[in-house]
Structure formats: structure tokens, C-alpha cells
Ligand binder design. Structure first.
Ligand SMILES: NC(=O)c1ccc[n+]([C@@H]2O[C@H](COP(=O)([O-])OP(=O)(O)OC[C@H]3O[C@@H](n4cnc5c(N)ncnc54)[C@H](O)[C@@H]3O)[C@@H](O)[C@H]2O)c1
Length: 449
């Protein structure tokens, strides 16, 4: 394929060399004349393992060249990759100056170009940027996105220092687009790579780099805080984290990675508090560990805020245990939610087949006696009766039987805290705690600065 790459920095230079090595004809475009000259002399613009040899060889084979002339490059190619820089502004917003300047070029040149042109945004950009660029191009050219051209998100996952290796061994190839045609063109770029190709909505692909990199920063900070605690106690922190990483079921796994409601139960809150207190007693600052519980409180407030926005007073809880399949109510976030709602004057009924108040014993009973002593009066034995009575249903646990119960509900507000996989009649108003926009206090419209 004939490809143009805008931006000959780390991402652009590696893509230029590797795409050429995979048989494509590639032209690099940069405003920096020195970088353009380097490529045209067969030299890499960056210092990276293996890149010098790749650029030199591909230059000799005549598969790569570079130019400052964006018009010529766009007209000569079918697909353009944008890899210009997206630094932060002093306020922390994204500086889109370079991206928008390239978008202007496309607005100018695509007007006079026939054929379907795909623009793949490899730079890291905020959700909504592809949409903004597409609108700009439509405005300048009179052409229609996904018919005459497409702007797709195709984030780069390489790391400096191992960039060429990472290019050939990505964790996955991600293409964000609503156009099947554009998706199939972009995926041919990566036919030789061993990675799974994931096609997602454009905004989903755009946010992924931020989610990934924030998580990577979190991992490092978490490990450092654990390290600081361990070293103060004379424990080998590397051994601790090596053992931690051996648990592929709960630690290094998909488990616990589902957005939803607050955590609870008899262990997580207690042991988190324990580690936090240990750090405190060692005079150590552990801001990451210390702020975890605050996020949990915010999840609770979020659920309460959704329910407060509706004037209905009859609220039915589907589930009250701290998770499905247990009668353990200790530190169940659903108990705390129920307690708060009762305090605010809502009327509650609760259905949970695992919980029999007469059978509660020990600390479980003590917990309920302290928090909702009259729990037994709120419990109903029949889910249908609960649904019939309620204006609002709150799904607190992922109990299989709730799928059917919710499938039969009609004209209710349903607040789902667990993302239950039920077929919900559209006559209901369904709100997912953090997968529906209407769960937010003020649903956001993205703005660009
Ligand atoms: N560097 C990384 O490891 C890495 C990894 C993944 C993603 N990213 C993202 O990729 C993007 C590029 O990062 P980078 O490190 O390669 O940037 P970089 O600063 O090394 O290179 C950007 C290049 O774009 C050029 N440029 C600026 N305006 C231009 C224009 N109008 N036309 C053509 N070229 C123009 C600059 O001259 C420069 O050569 C960023 O959004 C970054 O966040 C970077």
C-alpha cells in the first residue's frame, strides 16, 4: 500500500521503517527539514535499537522517502498515519496544535483527491478528536466521512528503548472506527503482526492509551508503596512482588477489573485499613493506598445521587449480601446504601434468597444489628412481589435469577450496580452505575481547548 506518515519522531520513524520492511511504500512528512533530510539520506531520526539498519536498508530498497510537502504526500498515498506530538499544555490539557495543523492540510488537499482516503490517528488524543478532525475535513472539502474518507483511531503501544521489538510484538492492534471499510484497510497494515486485531468504537480506542498508561503508572506507584512498607520491615519487597505476580487468578488477571459498585465484605476494607495503618505506624506516606477507600466512598455517593435525582420513594433491592451467592452482610456496600437511603426517608424492600435474618449468627448478626436492626421487616420472600411494589429497582448482586426477574419488569427505574446481563424492556429506564451516561451528575460534553 502507498502510505504517508505525518511526524517523523519516535512513533513516525519506527512506523516508517517497519511498514516499509513489511513491503509497503512509505513517505514521511515532517515540518522539520533536518528530519526529512535524515530519512532521505537513509538515516533514522531517533536513537533506537535496530532502527538504523531498518531505515538504511529500506532507503536502499527505495521503499522510504520523506518530504516537507504535505500536498504531494497526501495525493500520492491511499492511507495517512498521523504521528505528530500531542504534548500537555501548562494546565494539563492536550495541545492539539500539531494535530489540527495536519488536519487543516487534509481539509485542503482531500478536496482535490479522488478515491477513499483513510487517516489513521496514531498519536495519543482525547476521545472526540477523530470526530473533530472528520468534521473539519467535511467542512473544508464538502466530502462525507466514511464515504469519501475516514478518520480512525489506531493508538500506538510501543515503548521507547524497545520500540522496534514492540512494533512487531504489540499486545494487540486496536482500530477505532465506525466504518467497516476503513477498518479492513487499516488492519491490512498489520497482517504480518502476531497480535489480535480489536475493532472498537472510535472514542473507546481513543481513551485506551490514557487508561493503559494511567494503570501502568498506578502499578509502579503501588509497587513502590508496597516496597517502602516492606523495606521498613526488613522484608524483601522484590520477593513480595514476585510472589504477588504468581497469583494469576486474582492478582494478574481480569478479576476485579469490572467497573461497578463499591467493594465490601469482611476482608477487603479490613485488610486495606490494616496495611494503611501499618504504613502510618512506620511513618510512611502511602498516598495511593490511602486514597483507595475514598474512591469507594465516591462510588457509594454516586449511587445515592442517582437515586436522589428521582422523586420515587419505593426502592426495591435485588440482593443485599456483599456479593452473589453468600449471606455475608458484613461491610456489604448494599447494606450501607440501604442504611443511607432509609435515613433519607426512602421506603425500602429487599429480596435476597441467600439471606434469612433468623439464621444470621455471630459477627454477621452483630453487623446487621448495628446497621439495620429491623432488616427482617424489609425482607420479602418473593422477587415478583418486590418488583410489583417498587418504583425503582437497585440490582446489588449478580444473582442468576435476577436476569429473569428483570426481564419481566416494566415501567421501572432500574439502577444496575453489577452490570447484570438481562434483556430489559425499553419501557423501563435503565441506568448502569458507570456505563450509562445518565448515571453521571452532569453528563459531559467533550470540549476542546
Ligand atoms: N514516544 C513514545 O514512546 C510514544 C508511544 C506511544 C504513543 N506516542 C504518542 O505518539 C505521538 C507522537 O509521539 P512521538 O514521541 O513520536 O513525538 P515526537 O515529538 O518525537 O515527534 C513528533 C514529530 O511531529 C513533527 N510535526 C509536528 N507538526 C507537524 C506537522 N504539522 N506536520 C508534520 N510533522 C509535524 C515534529 O517535527 C516531530 O518530528 C504522541 O501523541 C505520543 O503521545 C508516543
Amino acid at each position: 500500500m502507498n502510505i504517508s506518515i505525518f511526524g517523523l519522531g519516535y512513533v513516525g520513524c519506527v512506523s516508517l521503517g517497519c511498514l516499509a520492511q513489511n513491503g509497503h511504500q512509505v513517505v514521511g512528512v515532517d515540518v522539520n527539514k533536518t528530519k526529512v533530510d535524515q530519512i532521505n539520506d537513509g538515516r533514522a531520526t531517533i536513537v533506537e535499537k535496530d532502527i538504523d539498519a531498518i531505515i538504511a536498508t529500506q532507503h536502499l530498497l527505495g521503499r522510504i522517502r520523506a518530504t516537507t510537502n504535505f500536498r504531494e504526500a497526501i495525493l500520492a498515498t491511499d492511507l495517512s498515519i498521523i504521528a505528530v506530538g500531542t504534548p500537555s499544555t501548562a494546565q494539563g490539557h492536550l495541545n492539539l496544535t500539531y494535530i489540527l495543523s495536519v488536519a487543516e492540510h487534509f481539509g485542503e488537499v482531500l478536496r482535490e483527491k479522488d478515491g477513499f482516503h483513510v487517516i489513521a490517528l496514531r498519536s495519543t488524543v482525547m476521545p472526540g478528536t477523530c470526530e473533530k478532525i472528520a468534521a473539519m475535513i467535511e467542512d473544508r472539502t464538502g466530502k462525507t466521512r466514511d464515504v469519501d474518507f475516514a478518520v480512525v483511531s489506531n493508538p500506538e503501544f510501543l515503548r521507547e528503548g524497545t520500540a522496534v521489538h514492540d512494533y512487531y510484538h504489540p499486545p494487540l492492534t486496536l482500530i477505532g472506527t465506525e466504518s467497516e471499510r476503513a477498518a479492513s484497510i487499516v488492519r491490512t497494515l498489520y497482517d504480518e503482526l502476531p497480535a489480535e486485531v480489536v475493532i472498537a468504537e472510535t472514542k473507546t480506542a481513543e481513551i485506551m492509551k490514557y487508561v493503559n498508561n494511567t494503570y501502568h503508572a498506578l502499578k509502579i506507584s503501588f509497587a513502590n508503596e508496597v516496597g517502602n512498607i516492606c523495606s521498613s520491615l526488613g522484608i524483601d519487597s522484590h520477593e513480595v512482588m514476585d510472589i504477588f505476580c504468581k497469583d494469576k487468578q486474582l492478582n494478574i488477571s481480569k478479576y476485579y477489573f469490572k467497573p461497578g459498585f463499591a467493594y465490601g465484605g469482611s476482608c477487603l476494607p479490613k485488610d486495606l485499613k490494616g496495611l494503611q495503618t501499618l504504613a502510618h505506624d512506620l511513618y510512611l506516606q502511602v498516598p495511593v493506598i490511602s486514597s483507595i477507600h475514598r474512591t469507594n466512598e465516591i462510588q457509594m455517593q454516586r449511587a445515592i445521587a442517582v437515586l436522589m435525582r428521582h422523586s420515587h420513594r419505593n426502592i426495591g433491592f435485588l440482593g443485599i449480601g456483599f456479593k452473589a451467592g453468600t449471606d455475608d452482610l458484613r461491610n456489604s456496600p448494599a447494606v450501607e446504601l440501604a442504611e443511607t437511603l432509609l435515613g433519607k426517608g426512602f421506603t425500602l424492600k429487599i429480596y435476597d434468597r441467600n439471606v434469612h435474618t433468623s439464621k444470621l449468627t455471630g459477627t454477621n448478626k452483630e453487623y446487621i444489628d448495628q446497621h439495620i436492626p429491623h432488616l427482617s421487616r424489609l425482607m420479602v420472600q418473593d422477587a415478583e412481589e418486590l418488583v410489583e411494589w417498587s418504583d425503582v429497582l437497585v440490582v446489588c448482586t449478580k444473582e442468576a435469577e435476577f436476569v429473569q426477574v428483570l426481564g419481566e419488569a416494566s415501567n421501572k427505574i432500574i439502577l444496575d450496580l453489577v452490570r447484570i446481563q438481562a434483556e430489559i424492556d425499553p419501557a423501563n429506564q435503565y441506568i448502569g452505575i458507570n456505563w450509562s451516561q445518565d448515571a453521571a451528575e452532569s453528563p459531559a460534553q467533550l470540549t476542546f481547548r
